[in-house]
Ligand binder design. Structure first.
Ligand code: PGA
Length: 251
């Protein structure tokens, strides 16, 4: 069976001190949570210090982006191997905010995913349609293009190092969540696409997270859907009590 994943995407929030304060509060609240992979993704500058604070806990560390080269004259970038060195096990790739504001494309997502996996990280690959695309009935076509473009060339075995996050852009930070049925429909489509393009086994084992205004009061219904294997949480991950309540969805 697929172990659920609850990942907190802190975006551009929290100084080092605030980040450490948050994980100090969070640790005891989730220490008893079994059978859930819990991940937090602070800003780059806080990764090393948060990694030290997380040592020995059941919380894993992710970065919010990476570059695809291992090293070189690429001012401002951070390599996957360097994230691993800082204590990360995961990296978020292709978040819609990066696609929208920083020129991320399916081509760059693909390069980053491959580089992350080569460095031994698990890639949390984000896909999702805008409101205009949903209203134009293009949701499935967009998801297919993003997934195919982002994951092209991966060997079926590489899927043990991939998590997909479906985040409808219209639901991010808006307080509008996709209904359980809307989310389930896209998750099932993603799984069938992976089965068709890669392998049945890759698809069956793949964790597909939902993201977009996930809160303590909607996580239970989302997790009850057969193809929703967890959540990528923005706003509600910035507070230890609400993030812990989401990770403890089963309790
Ligand atoms: P939100 O963000 O939970 O604040 O909607 C989710 C995300 O962007 O990953």
């Amino acid at each position: 069976m697929r172990t659920p994943v609850i990942a907190g995407n802190w975006k551009l929030f929290k100084t080092i001190g605030e980040a450490i304060g948050l994980v100090k509060d969070l640790k005891p609240l989730v220490a008893g949570t079994k059978g859930v992979e819990i991940i937090v993704a602070p800003v780059f500058t806080a990764l090393g210090r948060v990694a030290d604070e997380l040592a020995g806990s059941n919380i894993l560390l992710a970065a919010q982006d990476c570059y695809w080269e291992e090293e070189g004259a690429f001012t401002g970038e951070v390599a996957p191997g360097m994230l691993k060195d800082a204590g990360c096990s995961h990296v978020i790739i292709g978040h819609s905010e990066r696609r929208q504001y920083f020129g991320e494309t399916d081509v760059t997502v693909n390069k980053k995913v491959k580089a992350a996996i080569n460095a031994g990280l698990t890639a949390i690959v984000c896909v999702g349609e805008t409101l205009a695309e949903r209203e134009a009935d293009k949701t499935f076509a967009i998801i297919e293009t993003q997934l195919w473009g982002g994951l092209e060339g991966l060997a079926p075995e590489a899927f043990s190092k991939v998590v997909v996050a479906y985040e409808p852009v219209w639901a991010i930070g808006t307080g509008k969540t996709a209904s359980d049925t809307q989310a389930q429909e896209v998750h099932a489509f993603i799984r069938s696409l992976i089965a068709r393009c890669f392998s049945q086994e890759s698809a069956a084992g793949l964790r597909i997270l939902y993201g977009g205004s996930v809160k303590p009061d909607n996580i239970k219904e989302l997790m009850a859907q057969p193809d929703i294997d967890g959540a990528l949480v923005g706003g509600a991950s910035l507070n230890s009590a609400s993030f812990a309540a989401i990770t403890n969805f089963a309790g």
